[in-house]
Design a protein around this ligand. Structure first.
Ligand code: AHR
Length: 330
């Protein structure tokens, strides 16, 4: 009997010890060995590119936040190409960094490389944009905006702005990068919001790749092909700023002859809103650096971050932009 009790106690002790082990965050040996000194941590960040004012602000915020936290950051710019991001992630795996963070240029096609990171025991954090994968064990958390909600907010403003108009409202949509989460979701949220009233007609929808040049070029062509457009919905400020140039070149007044609603609220966009050339902006915050640092620290401590961390955001009218501009960080 004594032997039996002894065996039971030893087994229970082993189970208790196993329960006390650090949570398996995917950092393999490192997690098992306990937290590293923060100054010894190395994070690899695979950025999308430098396509917009938003992206420049996002990169600066991430780099500044890591410097301030004293955590080493390896940074790469994929120039909007998925193959470059995959290469960068593979190189971080080879370098055995502690955490990989990245903002996926498009939603699909990540499972293979993320499985390689998983097999190497390196936790992955999605910042800003989501991946479309059925396996959510491939990343620790997704930290960023609710893009569908952003599109809905833009659509709700349009509903209100034209509530007294009975004539059809002709809309051009300037889409972000084809296949990117913010392009897909902002189109979805907007369509959802305006579908209740058939007078809203999206007469053309084309990608401007989130760039100012793209927004200008696409608007020039679409204005020629679609006379009598009332409104441009641009998935980001930069494309809206490009559209302003195209509208002015066509001899029309942006903000009056053709109204513009955009997403982001970076300084140049806010200035155009204050000047009355853009009519409404839905905010998308690029300041994700501090939250990323928090997640990296949690992983290092063997804690499990929330699977989805949503950024808090607002919207801006012209008056609100005038008020916010003097202290706008980006
Ligand atoms: O993923 C966020 C989006 O990417 C921003 O809204 C856009 O400006 C950027 O290029």
């Amino acid at each position: 009997m004594k032997k039996l009790i002894g065996a039971f106690a030893a087994g229970a002790m082993l189970l208790a010890l196993a329960g006390c082990a650090p949570a398996a965050t995917g950092s393999g040996d490192a997690a098992a060995a306990g937290p590293k000194a923060e100054s010894d941590l190395v994070v690899g960040f695979a950025q999308v590119g430098a396509e917009s004012g938003w992206r420049t602000a996002n990169t600066k915020d991430i780099q500044d936040s890591f410097k301030e936290a004293g955590i080493q950051l390896k940074f790469s710019d994929a120039q909007q190409k998925q193959e470059n991001q995959i290469k960068a992630i593979r190189s971080y795996i080879q370098q055995k960094v502690d955490v990989i963070a990245f903002s996926p240029v498009v939603e699909t096609g990540w499972d293979a490389v993320l499985n390689e990171a998983k097999d190497a025991g390196i936790p992955v954090v999605l910042t800003d944009r989501a991946v479309d994968s059925s396996d959510d064990s491939l990343y620790v958390t997704f930290l960023g905006s609710d893009f569908v909600l952003e599109g809905q907010k833009a659509g709700e403003w349009v509903l209100e702005e034209y509530k007294d108009q009975t004539e059809p409202v002709k809309i051009i949509q300037l889409e972000g990068t084809t296949g990117a989460a913010p392009a897909i979701d902002r189109a979805e949220g907007f369509a959802e919001a305006i579908k209740s009233d058939p007078k809203f007609e999206v007469v053309a929808s084309q990608t401007g790749d989130f760039t100012r040049a793209g927004g200008k070029q696409v608007t020039e062509a679409l204005l020629k092909a679609n006379p009598g457009v009332n409104l441009i919905y641009a998935h980001n400020d930069d494309m809206g700023l490009g559209a302003i140039e195209a509208i002015e070149a066509a001899g029309l007044v942006p903000g009056k002859d053709i109204k513009i609603v955009t997403v982001d609220a970076v300084k140049d966009g806010m200035q155009a809103l204050a000047d009355g050339k853009i009519n409404f902006i839905v905010e998308c915050s690029p300041l994700l650096g501090k939250q990323l640092i928090e997640v990296v620290k949690q992983i290092n401590n063997g804690e499990t971050p929330e699977k989805r961390i949503v950024t808090e955001e607002t919207t801006f009218t012209q008056e609100q932009a005038i008020e916010a501009l003097p202290t706008r960080q980006y």
